[in-house]
Design a protein around this ligand. Sequence first.
Ligand SMILES: *[C@@H]1O[C@H](CO)[C@@H](O)[C@H](O)[C@H]1NC(C)=O
Ligand SMILES: *[C@@H]1O[C@H](CO)[C@@H](O)[C@H](O)[C@H]1NC(C)=O
Ligand SMILES: *[C@@H]1O[C@H](CO)[C@@H](O)[C@H](O)[C@H]1NC(C)=O
Ligand SMILES: *[C@@H]1O[C@H](CO)[C@@H](O)[C@H](O)[C@H]1NC(C)=O
Ligand SMILES: *[C@@H]1O[C@H](CO)[C@@H](O)[C@H](O)[C@H]1NC(C)=O
Length: 267
Amino acid sequence: MSDEVTYADLKFQDCSRKIKSIQEIDQVGIKAPPARPHVWHRRTLALTLLCLLQLIGLGVLGSIFHLTSKREMEKFKTLHNFKEELQRNISLLLMDNMNSSKKISNLSITLQETATKLCYELYRKEPEHKCKPCPRDWMWHKDRCYILVQKYDTWQNSVLLCSSYNSSLLKIKNKSILEFVTSKEFYNYWLGLSPTKEYNDHNLDERIISSDWFTGNTDVLNSKMNCGYVHRSRVYYADCASQKYSICEKLANLVKIESILMNEVPD
Ligand SMILES: *[C@@H]1O[C@H](CO)[C@@H](O)[C@H](O)[C@H]1NC(C)=O
Ligand SMILES: *[C@@H]1O[C@H](CO)[C@@H](O)[C@H](O)[C@H]1NC(C)=O
Ligand SMILES: *[C@@H]1O[C@H](CO)[C@@H](O)[C@H](O)[C@H]1NC(C)=O
Ligand SMILES: *[C@@H]1O[C@H](CO)[C@@H](O)[C@H](O)[C@H]1NC(C)=O
Ligand SMILES: *[C@@H]1O[C@H](CO)[C@@H](O)[C@H](O)[C@H]1NC(C)=O
């Protein structure tokens, strides 16, 4: 506003200067040809009026500009607030969505666990129930499947046989598997222990944390090695070329939820 006033002042001074110079001409004009003072007075009056009108115009323009910019500012502020609210709402929605998908994944995990437990109950009553996540004739324990191969063979051939089933010779790496094995009382089954020259017989539970479990391939096997086998709850060693049964193990599939509802046995 003060800018406008200053500008108006300047304009006004400009105007006064014009009026003054007209008056001077007027005075000079006295000496000149016969005066017609009323004409000059009218001109001065007209100019003054014109200046006043200019001033008023400027004032009006200024206030219009002021009002308009105030309105624009308000519009801008509203728009800005709307944008912020929208952003807040969107991030709330996103968080809600994330919570929902977390809940859904939690729910589906719970559902899978429940289905597995239920299927295990069904499996205990009907060992070949359709929901069993292991192939036919395989035993199911926790997340693994086991098969007893009731055929005498060398340790090396047993390794090959197990891998032909996409599985490997049994390794007893923790208590859960140990409990399963001791509950079954296996006699003379090859284990997935590394062939060795030096050996001691052990109780199975002393073997759990050992690093002797077989990982490599059978090509390194020479004739003078000894291989481990399970006999009830103990591990013994014998010539790898001698013949024993074998137990193969592999990971179980996931229990299919819909398979629980089918109570027929698989084909
Ligand atoms: C933000 O969400 C609130 C409550 O859900 C709603 O009333 C408001 O209209 C939303 N704002 C915008 C900009 O969508
Ligand atoms: C989403 O979960 C967090 C905690 O995990 C909670 O603080 C927030 O209120 C939840 N949001 C909604 C929209 O449920
Ligand atoms: C699922 O959420 C519940 C609480 O809402 C929690 O107690 C439970 O441990 C969760 N389950 C899984 C598998 O994350
Ligand atoms: C072993 O796995 C391969 C590929 O994963 C598969 O093609 C084959 O059918 C499986 N064999 C058996 C006996 O499961
Ligand atoms: C024992 O080992 C098996 C296979 O290595 C694994 O699936 C299972 O979760 C383990 N159990 C415990 C209690 O560590």
